[in-house]
Design a protein around this ligand. Structure first.
Ligand code: ADP
Ligand code: UDP
Length: 237
């Protein structure tokens, strides 16, 4: 697998083309951002921790029958993935109230949500990723009706697998964001699953072990990600 040119550099990852037109290399950088890129920092080891964390989670999902773009770990900070035509949509499932749900609806953090809440957001930093629904997606042709149903089904299937996985590690999966893309007529889970894109709380103390540590200036960001990795048995060093 030969790395070729840079295709796209986002806020936390860089995407490279390869000699295989159907494969990309994702480089997980140490860059961290919050509030649509307004708060930025470089966090030592984060790229490596997230790359290995993501590989572990994607493999767990694949073993549970959820098709993902992940192919293999290439180096400490790089993975090989299938090249997807990404949909401009973020899918969020929430098991407990937190973040923008609390701000939007004026509800307190930490309420159990039964049933879990599903939300779509438009992936657009300039517009601050606005909340959208099925009708917006269809009217603006961002995905088909079949893809909408498939995204919901897959996002909830991920919840079934990961809620249990984290529970066994003494962690509450509060919420998470997924992105999907098309590959040879199929919808696959793309992008990443790491503590940058989900909320994880210690089940007993409710300590935050995710990117809220960065957003809220709590410190110990990468140390918290490493603690989660350790509890899941992910080899980092
Ligand atoms: P952002 O775009 O939010 O700043 P990143 O820094 O994580 O995010 O950049 C990674 C980019 O790569 C995102 O735009 C994501 O949608 C895209 N991406 C992730 N996985 C794939 C894939 N398998 N094929 C094509 N693009 C992908
Ligand atoms: N999320 C993300 N990228 C985004 C927006 C949200 O990874 O651009 C994740 C976030 O980390 C959380 C979940 O999606 O786990 C729900 O985020 P929320 O809508 O509460 O937004 P926030 O308060 O993080 O802005």
């Amino acid at each position: 697998m030969q790395k070729q040119q840079e295709l796209y550099s986002g806020k936390a990852k860089t995407v490279f083309t390869t000699d295989d037109p159907n494969r990309l290399i994702l480089e997980f950088r140490n860059d961290t951002s919050a509030f649509d890129g307004e708060k930025l920092a470089q966090l030592e080891r984060k790229g490596m921790v997230n790359n290995k964390f993501n590989a572990f989670i994607m493999q767990q999902l694949q073993q549970a029958g959820i098709a993902t773009h992940f192919e293999s770990l290439l180096s400490d900070q790089e993975s090989v993935v299938k090249k997807l035509a990404m949909l401009p949509i973020e899918c969020v499932v929430r098991n407990l109230s937190a973040g923008s749900l609390c701000r939007r609806l004026g509800v307190e953090e930490g309420q159990l949500l039964n049933p879990p809440v599903f939300e779509f957001f438009l992936k657009n930093d300039a517009l601050h990723d606005p909340l959208i629904n099925d009708y917006h997606i269809l009217a603006f042709n961002w995905a088909t009706a079949g893809e909408i149903e498939h995204m919901k089904q897959l996002t909830f299937a991920v919840n079934d697998v990961l809620k249990q996985l984290f529970e066994q590690a003494g962690l509450l999966l509060v919420d998470y964001k997924l992105e999907f893309g098309r590959f040879e007529g199929e919808l696959l889970l793309g992008d990443e699953f790491t503590p940058d894109g989900c909320r994880l709380w210690d089940a007993e103390t409710r300590d935050k072990l995710d990117k809220d540590r960065f957003r809220q200036g709590l410190g110990g960001v990468v140390e918290a990600y490493e603690e989660v990795a350790r509890r899941l048995g992910i080899a980092l060093a």
